[in-house]
Design a binder for this molecule. Structure first.
Ligand code: MG
Length: 373
């Protein structure tokens, strides 16, 4: 079996893309075609246009290739070998960042092909599922007022969620306002709902972050996510050493090399690789080994379409411990309708599917409606 094409497909909502922390306004789907008629699908949650360029670029020199050219003619089942080939042959502009993002989507598509060829769901190819359903947390943006916070919290609990994460939208700018919002969520949710806070890089002042994190402990917040950029390892380490609340990070970094540094230097409690950016299944398996070495929890980041969600479910099912799956609740057609039979919350959980590969099929009507490249 040979790869005959790698196609990046840009999807974009109608109208103007808004300047807000909503990554579901566009998407990049990858299709890997084979001469056997089997097609693998994957996704990359990055800048669709930049990823498309990384896939389609023609050779510049021996270690500066676009990814498609590297893969044409290769056996799609030799996934480790192809990962290594892409990594080396894109290394002039790659090793991290967008090259790894693009490789992640292709890697997911290769595992989808492997599953379809062997008639197995990916979780079985990863070694089996420790669980067949994973508790979902509703992942949403902070509103502006405590009143809106109450409304959002009640709505998600009524929908069946037992955990909610609020993030971004000015968090970190006004400590008093931030704490009033979280207080409103906790009062509305009662004691039995898990609440998480995503600061979305909202802090510059480490001491202020420590003060707020201590107050968040009073509201029994399960984790505080990404107060600083991942490079600010000293700030993370100081924060982690100063508070009891779990500190989570990792959605913006790639490869197990970076996660090793994040754990060793930043001392975070929970690592959050995004499978569509950190290196796909192949690299996330290595990230899981790193997490195991340091006895850290992995709770993957995932905030895009159901293609990403399907991949995250297989990976999360294969982990010995995985407390939550992130479930993006944005009201976006790309988020909600891109696959046939979209994932649904059932008793607070999302089920892992048993169909071969990722276990999903794209909804071509929706794909074609939003496809722009
Ligand atoms: Mg985040």
């Amino acid at each position: 079996m040979k790869i005959v094409n790698v196609e990046p497909i840009i999807l974009r909502k109608k109208g103007v893309i808004q300047q807000k922390a909503d990554g579901t306004q566009d998407a990049l789907i990858v299709k890997v075609y084979t001469d056997a008629g089997i097609t693998g699908i994957g996704e990359v949650d990055s800048s669709p246009y930049v990823v498309k360029a990384a896939i389609e670029a023609p050779i510049s020199h021996s270690v500066c290739y676009g990814l498609r050219e590297i893969l044409i003619g290769e056996n799609p089942l030799e996934i480790n070998k192809l990962w290594d080939k892409m990594y080396r042959f894109s290394s002039w502009y790659g090793l991290r960042g967008v090259a790894i993002h693009a490789m992640s989507g292709i890697d997911i598509a290769l595992w989808d092909i492997l599953g379809k060829v062997t008639n197995q769901p990916i979780y079985k190819l990863l070694g089996g599922a420790f669980r067949k359903k994973i508790r979902a947390y509703a992942s949403t943006l902070f509103p502006d007022t405590p009143e809106e916070m109450k409304t959002i919290t009640k709505k998600n609990i009524d929908l069946g969620y037992t955990a909610i994460k609020y993030g971004w939208n000015q968090f970190g700018k006004d400590e008093k306002r931030d704490l009033l919002l979280v207080e409103a969520a906790r009062k509305t949710a009662g004691d039995d709902i898990d609440i998480m806070v995503d600061a979305g890089l909202g802090y510059i002042d480490t001491n202020k972050a420590i003060q707020v994190a201590k107050r968040l402990e009073d509201f029994n917040v399960y984790w505080l996510e990404e107060p600083f950029p991942s490079d600010n390892v000293e700030a993370y380490a100081k924060l982690s050493d100063s508070v009891d609340i779990n500190i989570a990070a990792g959605e913006r970094i790639e490869t197990h090399y970076e996660f090793k540094k994040l754990i060793e230097n930043a001392k975070v409690d929970i690592i959050q690789p995004d499978i569509t950016r950190a290196g796909g299944f192949t690299e996330c398996k290595k990230i899981a080994v790193v997490a195991d070495l340091y006895n850290k929890l992995i709770i993957p980041h995932g905030w895009s379409t159901d293609v990403l969600l399907a991949a995250t479910l297989h990976f999360s099912a294969s982990l010995p411990e995985c407390k939550f799956i992130e479930f993006c609740i944005q009201d976006s057609p790309l988020r909600k309708y891109l696959i046939q039979e979209p994932f649904k919350l059932k008793d607070g959980y999302i089920e892992v599917r048993d169909a071969p590969g990722l276990g999903i099929e794209l909804n071509d009507k929706v794909l074609n409606e939003y496809r722009i490249g």
